[in-house]
Design a protein around this ligand. Sequence first.
Ligand code: NAD
Length: 269
Amino acid sequence: PNQRLINQTCIVTGGSSGIGSAVAKAIASEGANVVINYNSSKASAEELAHEISKDKRAGDVITCQADVSQEQDVQRLFKTSKDQFKHIDICVSNAGIQKDSPLHAMRLADWNKVIGVNLTGQFLCARAALNEFMNTGIRKDVSRSAGKIIHMSSVHEVIPWAGHANYAASKGGIAMLMQSICQGYAQYKIRCNSIAPGAIKTPINKEVWQDEAKMKKLLKLIPYDEIGEPSEIGSVASWLASDESEYINGTTIYVDGGMTCYPGFTTNG
Ligand code: NAD
């Protein structure tokens, strides 16, 4: 009762840590089956699957290794998921990396790696999800949409980030990928949206929140004066995957404590 994703199946890429793990837990708690994709962290993926399987509200859970930047890996991820659960209803493309460097010194390999995982990976997953959703159509007993794609973007899809141009470019690219998908596939009742987290406490930025001085500097960028928790992204993702947000399509939802409101311009205190 009151569970919003019963009998649906969700793939979460990069699901073994940080935001992906919180999304997997939140979506499972709504009754969905979950496929936890990981690239190299098998042990943490299995640990999370074990934790989720103890949640009485959750559907079934499996883990699946795949490098989202590799076409055949993504095809295998979707085939494994479909073989196991028969239908795929939700794809949360969450896997993402940073390889930071001033642009004038950035190695081509670091540019390509970030674009490969963060943008090409999102394309490959979206393409596979679209084919699955278009072939299956609306499963009226579980949802009013034929499928839901959720891209994990970042505030850096709109905030420039010198020293991280490969990352910012990949996230800016996700915005146009997401909106182009919405424009083309809404007619099939497929919904495609992005979540743009601000600063969330995960392994990707631990060198910031583990350091008091860096943390103080970071908080100056956040009007709400707090770093976010992964569960705060999980709750938005599970709502965005549910029929409660049915008419939301082609949108980026910022979950950032106001970071995109440029607190540097504050003059009232
Ligand atoms: P994280 O490092 O814990 O998560 C990233 C996950 O992606 C890891 O589990 C990693 O193993 C996985 N991954 C990396 N390369 C992969 C590949 N080739 N194939 C499959 N999986 C791969 O960090 P996180 O903060 O949880 O990041 C999750 C997403 O949220 C990323 O897309 C990131 O850009 C985005 N994001 C995070 C923040 C933040 O403040 N933490 C802010 C904005 C956006």
